[in-house]
Design a protein. Structure first.
Length: 355
C-alpha cells in the first residue's frame, strides 16, 4: 500500500512466517525505523561491527553503509546479505530477518473485516471478497496468506490472497472439504455483510524481484497466490524483463477457476503465457495429466529459472522428483504446500530450495 511521500516501504519477513512493514524515510537506517515502529529486530553493537543484525535482502536497492569485514564479508554482501543497523533503503525492500516476530516483540496484525461477496465457481470452490476496515494498515506481499477466524467457531483457517497488494478489496479462494468448519460456515451460515476477523499477513512464499525467467506451478486453489503475484506485476506498471509461464493443474474440469483472469494477464503482461491441465483421464480437456508432463525445455531454461509452486504436498514432492529426473536444479525453488480442510499452520509448510 502507499507510504508517505519519500518514505520507503520495508517488509520485514520473520522466520515464523510473520511479516511486518515499516516506513523508512530517506537516510534513515532500517534498524532505526524498526525501533520507532517498536519492532525489536536482532541488534547488538548498532555499529556495523558484530554482525548480529545480519539479514538477507530478497528484493530492492539500498546503500549498505559502513561496517567491518567481521560483521559482513564481501561475499555475503555480494550474495544479498546486509546489516539493518547500517543500511539505508534506496527503494522499497523485502528483508528476511533472523529470528521470530515473537522475539522481536512484534505481534501478528489483526483486522476487522466484512464479507462483501461470496461467489461459488462450482460446488467445491468459492471466492470470498472481503473489505477491511483499516485497509491502509493491512500491507502484504503477493503470495502471502491470512488466517481467517471461522465465524461461530473457535477455529481459523488460512487462505492466500488472490488479490494484489494494491487492491481495495481482498479476495481469497476456498476449496471445500467434507465436514470442514469453513465449508460448513460458507454453505450453511454465511451471509454477505458478515463480520470477520483476519490475522496476518503470513508466509515466506512471495514474489521476489524478477531477475530471470519465472515458472509458476499451481495445483487447485494454489492458483490464488499466483494470481496475486501476476496482479502485482501488472500494477507495478513495468513489463518484466523475462518471460513468465504458469502451469495450472487441477483434478477435474470444474476445478479450473479464474481462467478469464489469466487470459487478461496474457494481454496485460508481455511474455506471460499459461497452460491449464486436467488430471482426470476422461476429461475432454486438451492437456491432461500432471503439470510436469506439459513443461517444455524453454520453461526450464536449463535451470536458470525461478520456480514458484503452490499446491498439495504430493505435487511439491512430484515436482522435486521431476527436477531430479530432468537433471535440473532451478536457481530458486519457492514453494508452499497446503492441505484442504485442516488448520493452516501445521499443514502449510512454506519452503525454499535454492541452488
Ligand atoms: Fe552489530 Fe548490526 S548490530 S552489526
Amino acid at each position: 500500500m502507499t507510504t508517505t511521500t519519500n518514505e520507503y516501504s520495508v517488509a520485514l519477513s520473520f522466520e515464523d512466517g510473520v511479516t511486518r512493514f515499516i516506513n523508512v524515510p530517506p537516510g534513515q537506517t532500517v534498524a532505526d525505523a524498526s525501533y520507532r515502529a517498536r519492532i525489536n529486530i536482532p541488534l547488538d553493537c548498532r555499529d556495523g561491527a558484530c554482525g548480529t543484525c545480519k539479514a538477507f535482502c530478497e528484493s530492492g536497492e539500498y546503500d549498505g553503509g559502513d561496517y567491518i569485514e567481521d560483521a559482513l564479508t564481501d561475499e555475503e554482501a555480494e550474495a544479498g546479505y546486509c546489516l539493518p543497523c547500517q543500511m539505508t533503503p534506496e527503494s522499497d525492500l523485502v528483508l528476511r530477518i533472523s529470528g521470530t516476530a515473537e522475539m522481536a516483540k512484534s505481534g501478528i496484525g489483526q483486522f476487522a473485516a466484512t464479507l462483501e461477496k461470496l461467489h461459488w465457481y462450482a460446488d467445491n470452490t468459492a471466492a470470498l471478497t472481503i473489505s477491511v476496515e483499516d485497509r491502509g494498515k493491512l500491507r502484504y506481499l503477493p503470495g502471502q496468506y491470512m488466517n481467517l477466524k471461522v465465524p461461530g467457531t473457535e477455529e481459523e483457517r488460512s487462505y492466500s490472497f488472490s488479490s494484489g497488494p494494491d487492491a481495495d478489496e481482498l479476495t481469497f479462494l476456498v476449496r471445500t472439504a467434507p465436514n470442514g468448519v469453513m465449508t460448513t460456515y460458507l454453505k450453511e451460515r454465511a451471509r454477505e455483510g458478515d463480520s470477520l476477523i483476519l490475522e496476518g499477513p503470513m508466509g515466506s512464499f512471495f514474489l521476489r524481484e524478477v531477475k530471470r525467467p519465472v515458472l509458476m506451478l499451481a495445483g487447485g486453489t494454489g492458483i490464488a497466490p499466483q494470481l496475486a503475484m501476476l496482479e502485482k506485476i501488472v500494477s507495478s506498471g513495468a513489463a518484466p524483463d523475462f518471460p513468465i509461464h504458469l502451469a495450472y493443474g487441477v483434478t477435474f474440469d470444474k476445478d479450473l477457476v479464474e481462467v478469464e483472469a489469466l487470459e487478461r494477464y496474457v494481454e496485460a503482461i508481455p511474455g506471460f503465457t499459461f497452460d491449464t491441465i486436467v488430471a482426470y483421464p476422461d476429461s475432454a480437456h486438451p492437456k491432461k495429466g500432471y503439470v510436469t508432463q506439459h513443461l517444455a525445455p524453454k520453461h526450464l531454461n536449463d535451470g536458470d529459472v525461478d520456480v514458484y509452486l503452490c499446491g498439495p504436498p504430493a505435487m511439491v514432492d512430484a515436482v522435486r522428483r521431476y527436477w531430479g529426473s530432468e537433471g535440473i536444479t532451478p536457481a530458486n525453488f519457492y514453494y508452499e504446500r497446503f492441505a484442504v480442510g485442516v488448520p493452516h499452520a501445521p499443514a502449510l509448510q512454506p519452503g525454499q530450495d535454492a541452488a
